[in-house]
Design a binder for this molecule. Structure first.
Ligand code: NAD
Length: 493
């Protein structure tokens, strides 16, 4: 067996970070967090009580008064130290991501890079985008000035699939802009952010209360949103919850960014260069075991490319090495939980029932060394019709549903009408004209052209449309306007 990294076997019961102290929860409600390759519990996650949420928000609100007065250059120093801490623990944090989530170590390292990139961008935008504007002499003797001020406490609610990167779409921006935060990690993959917060706490020296972490589920999220001192919430997760969070935030008069689920289409035109495209298509559908909001889900073929593509796609997918993501050479890890595995298998079964044809079927996969792991092989369906659940529902696993079309127009129509998701859409083609048509007419926030996973770098907003996103401002660099408010002063002298 090649390199296998040895992470800590058990992280015990996770604590909360409140006002700079790691504290035990009083809650009796707990849930196990797993290593999905081994099928074993690696931590117990307490579900915070209302009074614990209140304590975390109160600490953040108190810290805000001091933090907003820390000069920007000094706040930047903290971010430089945060960046150093993440680099110093790069390998350990990557290993923990794989241990708790299941993705391969290379994928976790990629996630860590993007995590750090967000700190870099937060550092670089602090001066440029956060600065205001002044207009001298707008009328005789009158000047007008606009400043952007931090608002107070923000809640950061996270999904399981990028346990470090997604929190860092928001954390460094909020902090450098002078806000304070309470992070609510996924209860399924809470360990990576817990460890990162520990390193940040020990090595960055942020004033107590600027960064707080509290675990739990629905109740914690709702208490956070309802708390008087929470000014806004960022949410990334599934569409039904995104909508619920967005509605609740609206009801309580709070700002919200709510990223939802996805059902991304990958269009392959007959003029695509298949030899170059296949590895990228395989990684789009099966990277992260399909548990990426930018994963390919529907493969849409246009014209005669279908037969040749299916042969090559199936052959490349069947050669993928599935296993423990900590082993070298493994290309696809397990899915995150037993429940996820059962749900995905259910979709494969109902797909067969609906009349779609599985040309590879990942259900039979057994790994002798990991009998309890939540593994599935890549599954590719052919003959999927637009009205089937296989093509409509977000499956969030290693399942590709192939739909045939005759023209680019038909493919675009299919993408825009068959589901109401709009996270990402990709096209493989050698025609600039087709690519341009596609980019302009598809209703999705992220477009890939000859790219399998069109993930925007942190210097760009992380888009999303229709049921994949509720709000106006997006994650990453756009949060500069989310975490600050504009104040205009008109003065006459
Ligand atoms: P999820 O919606 O189940 O959970 C997300 C968060 O919401 C968790 O912290 C969870 O504790 C909390 N939560 C769950 N139910 C809640 C409720 N009723 N009220 C309030 N909070 C609640 O999502 P998940 O399974 O952790 O993540 C996978 C989903 O996230 C997929 O749908 C994926 O497409 C999506 N996702 C989207 C993006 C994007 O940018 N659009 C990025 C990553 C993941």
């Amino acid at each position: 067996m090649a390199r296998i990294l040895q992470p800590v076997a058990n992280y015990a019961t996770l604590q909360f970070l409140i006002n700079g102290n790691w504290v035990d929860s009083e809650s009796q409600e707990k849930q196990g967090a797993f290593n999905p390759a081994l099928g074993k519990v690696i931590a117990e996650v307490p579900f915070g009580l209302d009074e614990e949420v209140t304590r975390a928000v109160d600490a953040a609100a108190e810290a805000f008064e001091g933090w907003r007065n820390v000069p920007v250059p000094e706040r930047l120093e903290y971010l430089f130290r945060m960046r150093e801490a993440l680099e110093r623990h790069f390998q350990e944090l990557s290993t923990i991501i794989t241990q708790n989530h299941g993705k391969t170590i290379e994928e976790s390292e990629g996630e860590m890079r993007r995590t750090i990139e967000n700190v870099d961008v937060a550092i670089s935008v602090a001066y440029t985008l956060a600065k205001g504007n002044t207009l001298d002499q707008i009328a005789p003797g009158i000047d007008e000035t606009m400043t952007k001020e931090p608002l107070g406490v923000f809640a950061i609610v996270c999904p399981f699939n990028f346990p470090l990167m997604v929190p860092f779409w928001f954390i460094p921006y909020a902090i450098v802009l002078g806000d304070s935060i309470v992070v609510k990690p996924s209860e399924i993959t809470p360990v990576p952010i817990q460890r990162a917060a520990k390193f940040i706490g020990d090595e960055v020296g942020l004033p107590p209360g600027v960064l707080n972490v509290i675990h739990g589920g629905r109740q914690v999220v709702e208490s956070l949103i309802k708390h008087r001192d929470v000014k806004g919430v960022t949410f990334v997760g599934s569409t039904p919850v995104a909508r619920h969070v967005y509605r609740l935030a609206g009801e309580y008069g709070k700002r919200a960014i709510a990223n939802g689920g996805a059902k991304n289409s990958v269009v392959v035109m007959s003029d695509a260069d298949l030899n170059h495209s296949i590895p990228s298509i395989v990684s789009s559908f099966f990277g992260n075991a399909g548990q990426r909001c930018l994963a390919g889900a529907n493969l849409v073929t246009v014209g005669e490319v279908h037969d040749g593509l299916m042969k090559k796609f199936a052959s490349a997918a069947s050669r993928m090495k599935v296993g423990n993501g900590l082993e070298e050479g493994v290309q696809m890890g397990p899915v995150v939980s037993r429940k996820a595995k059962e749900r995905i298998q259910g979709y494969i079964e109902s797909g067969i029932g609906e009349g779609a044809k599985p040309i590879t079927d990942g259900r039979g996969l057994r790994l002798l060394e990991y009998p309890e792991g939540f593994f599935l092989g890549p599954t590719i369906f052919d003959g999927v019709a637009p009205e089937m659940k296989l093509s409509k529902d977000e499956i969030f696993g290693p399942v590709a549903s192939t739909l045939e079309t005759e023209s680019l127009d038909e493919a675009i129509e299919l993408i825009n009408r068959s589901t109401n998701y709009g996270n990402m859409a990709n096209i493989y083609t050698s025609s600039g004209r087709a690519a341009r048509e596609f980019r302009r007419r598809v209703e999705a926030g992220n477009i890939g052209i000859n790219i399998g996973v069109a993930a925007p770098a942190a210097y760009f907003p992380f888009g999303g449309r229709r049921d994949s996103f509720y709000g106006v401002l997006h994650a990453q660099v756009d949060t500069v306007d989310f975490f600050t408010d504009k104040k205009v002063v008109v003065s006459k002298w």
